[in-house]
Write a protein that binds this ligand. Structure first.
Ligand code: PEP
Ligand code: MG
Length: 759
């Protein structure tokens, strides 16, 4: 039994490596037949156009039947499994009322039949069938095996299918467009050339990249000059060490130099380049080959050399990558593409050329999406089948509203998106007119609009957008971009620039909110459930030295304008508020004792954990303001991980429970005369923003790119109209209905361009 299930894991792994549907299904049938020792195994796969099942692979049936046998839904035993989406295990297929005899498969000899559906995301992708000649039902163990296998295969098979399709389309000379749907990261549309990024100096991350005939010599030269550079480096290192290590140890550098200049490294890599692989890919293969050889050696000393070879490979790669970025000139608009685009990769692309970002991992609430939003660049996340290694240099259309991308777009798609981009530009020009206009409803109710930021580079765009202040300064962003905790003075300098830049407008600094998906590289936290773990204020209260340094740095710079507000994240309990306030008082007292005369700060809480909703009275007695962190509040209320693509469909900030929670928060805060803002991403969505105004939220804080859009929405309705819409929304039973209601209201007001591509 154990062996059987070990084989199951191996089958799934092998299918994961398949490069196309056909290969994947052939692995399934061949390996399943070996493991179960049955007479025949076959897979019928759904043809989406006809809704029929087609025999796609078989081991044991007549191979000539493959591709030629089709079953309608409900027809024959296979069609019955398809229709019921349940396993069917019968001793004698021939006597079953649904049985349809098919001559081409030579199945007359088989009596027992076990068919299980292959289901992904509630859809039946196909049916996996095993057959035997005896008239005997398959054992429960075999049924369990097959059901388990089918459940695990669904993802791998659909991935292989997509990869196969994509590879065909990318390789095909017909220039057909293919499109993929991910998750909207930030709104907007753009067209550009794919610039693929991957983690530097990591050989494993180097993608394949076919080069043309005339690039070969360039790549060979690049490789040879990287080798020369590494040789020089080793020489310099060895000279540097001469006086401090023994001659025996020094000899090691000679060994490195010899390895570096060996034919097996140089010639073999050049051979690979000449065969059409770029230098980095060729190097990756050669090093991997060497490592495999050393790893397999009996002698422990020689096995250790695998580490040296890897180090050597990394050094050569570093030099290759340094040259590569130098001659990779960016001239036109680019779409940044990566498995997981990082903040620093962002920073390397010249801003004037960056038009969009697409990433296989992450969701709209990942940091890269939030940053792209802040910079007004459309992004699409969670494109988990994105063939990152294969699309370098391709033209890509990105629709950040719907989360769709088009690779190698057809002329029609291109024309349509050029039109949409023009319309967006026209809309943006109209929006720019609103910069100095007040954020007021048609009947004059003022709703202050603030920005969310965490980047110094954001200050001028934020000011130019007409923001009335900073509603959320994510202090963790400067912490994320460093190699260690910044000191008090270093922090103070950043905070000073923000406070002065926005003065006299208010700036709300949120104290360090690390943990969850925001791990600092130099402060690793490993947990099974990071979002329910050591996060935000919890870490800060456990590390008062880090918290106090930050509070002191923030308070210190408030000497100039007194426009500072302090905000505490992830509060779930009254005791946390009391302890944090205790530390803030301590920092304030220390500073006064040091002769720095500063006002005591205005303090607020983020309401983003469900337990906080029901302690609002106690909180309101302790602090000055509240800000709803709807990103986390939604995640915790709905028990849906904000970054998990698998459940992204369930994540919705318009869910009735989120809306009623916010209403409760507002009602209690109003009773105590304490203002409430919303600083989650929903505040930047024009439809949701209107709804929040209707609920009674006092101000909204959002990415700078959304500010004028939200302002336009607010300026287009009266408070009474907004409240009337909100009243209807609050009795609705689903997020979908609420979304439709507000989108329709915006369309009717001629503002459809705020919630979809175009004007
Ligand atoms: C939130 O949770 O809504 C929020 C604004 O904070 P963050 O996205 O940084 O967790
Ligand atoms: Mg949060």
């Amino acid at each position: 039994m154990k062996n059987m299930f070990d084989s199951l894991r191996q089958i799934v792994l092998d299918v994961n490596d398949a490069t196309g549907l056909e290969q994947a299904l052939n692995i399934v049938v061949r390996r399943t037949r070996e493991v179960l020792t049955v007479a025949a195994v076959s897979v019928y796969f759904r043809d989406e156009k006809t809704d029929q099942l087609v025999l796609m692979a078989s081991d044991g049936l007549n191979p000539r039947a493959i591709g030629n046998i089709r079953f309608e839904r409900g027809m024959g035993l296979v069609g019955l499994v398809y229709d019921r989406a349940e396993p069917l295990n019968i001793a004698d297929a021939h006597v079953h009322p649904n049985y349809r005899f098919v001559t081409e498969t030579d199945e007359a000899a088989f009596h027992s039949f076990l068919g299980v559906p292959i289901i992904q995301h509630r859809n039946v992708l196909g049916v996996l069938v095993v057959r035997r000649s005896e008239k005997r039902r398959f054992s429960a163990m075999i049924e369990t095996f097959l059901v388990t296998l089918a459940a695990q295969l669904a993802g791998a098979i659909s991935y292989a299918e997509k990869m196969g399709e994509l590879n065909r389309l990318i390789d095909g000379a017909d220039g057909h467009s293919f499109n993929m749907k991910g998750l909207s990261g930030s709104p907007g549309v753009a067209i550009g050339e794919a610039l693929v990024v991957f983690p530097p100096a990591s050989l494993d991350a180097v993608p394949d990249n076919a080069i043309s005939e005339d690039e070969i010599e360039l790549q060979v030269d690049a490789f040879l000059s990287a080798i020369d550079n590494v040789e020089r480096e080793y020489k310099a290192l060895s000279q540097h060490m001469e006086s401090s290590i023994s001659s025996e140890e020094l000899a090691l550098f000679d060994v490195f130099a010899l390895m570096l200049k060996s034919d097996t490294l140089i010639d073999v890599t050049i051979e690979r380049i000449r065969a059409g692989q770029w230098a980095q890919g060729a190097l990756r293969e050669t090093i991997a080959e060497h490592v495999r050889q050393f790893d397999a050696m009996e002698d422990a000393y020689l096995r250790e050399r695998a580490v040296d070879i890897k180090d050597l490979g990394r050094r050569i790669l570093m030099h290759l990558q340094a040259q590569q970025s130098a001659y990779q000139e960016i001239t036109g608009p680019v779409v940044l593409v990566g498995e997981e685009v990082t903040v620093s990769q962002f920073a390397e692309v010249p801003m004037q050329h960056l038009v969009a970002i697409i990433s296989s991992k992450g969701s709209s609430l990942s940091h890269v999406a939030i940053l792209s939003h802040a910079l007004g660049i459309p992004s699409v996340m969670g494109l988990d089948n994105l063939p990152v290694n294969r699309i370098k240099g391709q033209q890509i259309v990105v629709d950040g509203y719907s989360g769709r991308i088009f690779v190698k777009p057809s002329a029609t798609i291109l024309a349509e998106f050029h039109r949409l981009i023009k319309e967006e530009q026209a809309l943006n020009a109209e929006l720019r007119e609103l910069v100095d206009k007040p954020s007021r409803t048609l009947d004059g109710i003022h709703i202050p609009l603030h920005v969310n930021t965490g980047l110094l580079s954001d200050i001028s765009p934020s000011l130019q957008s007409g923001a009335e202040g900073v509603g959320l300064y994510r202090t963790e962003i400067p912490f994320l971009m460093r190699d260690g905790f910044p000191g008090e003075d270093e922090q103070a300098e950043i905070y000073r620039q923000v406070l002065q830049g926005f003065s006299p407008r208010p700036v709300t600094f949120r104290t360090l909110d690390i943990g969850g998906d925001k791990a600092l590289p130099y402060f690793p936290v490993v947990e099974d459930n990071p979002f329910l773990g050591w996060r935000g204020i919890r870490i800060m209260l456990d590390h008062p030295e880090i918290f106090l340094a930050q509070i002191r740095a923030i308070l210190k710079v408030n000497v100039y304008q007194n426009n500072l507000r302090l905000m505490l994240p992830m509060i779930s309990d009254v005791a946390e508020v009391d302890e944090a306030i205790g530390l803030i008082k301590k920092a304030h007292k220390e500073l006064s004792e040091e002769g720095i005369d500063i006002p005591y700060p205005v303090i607020g809480l983020m309401i983003e954990v469900p337990s906080a909703i029901y302690q609002m009275d106690a909180f309101a007695r302790r602090v000055d303001f509240f800000s709803v962190g709807s990103n986390d509040l939604t995640q915790y209320l709905l028990a849906v991980d904000r970054n998990n693509k698998q459940v992204a469909e369930l994540y919705n900030c318009l869910h009735p429970s989120v809306l009623h929670s916010i209403r409760h928060i507002v009602d209690v805060a109003k009773k105590h005369d304490k203002p409430v803002s919303v600083c989650g991403e929903m505040a930047g969505d024009p439809a949701s923003a209107l709804l929040l105004v209707g609920i009674g939220v006092d101000s909204l804080s959002m990415s700078v790119g959304s500010l004028l859009r939200v302002k336009l929405a607010i300026r287009s309705f009266t408070q009474a109209q907004i409240e009337q819409l909100c009243g209807r929304a609050l009795v609705m039973e689903s997020a979908r209905e609420v979304r439709l209601l507000f989108n329709e209201a915006l369309e009717n007001a001629g503002l459809g361009g705020l919630v979809r591509a175009g004007k």
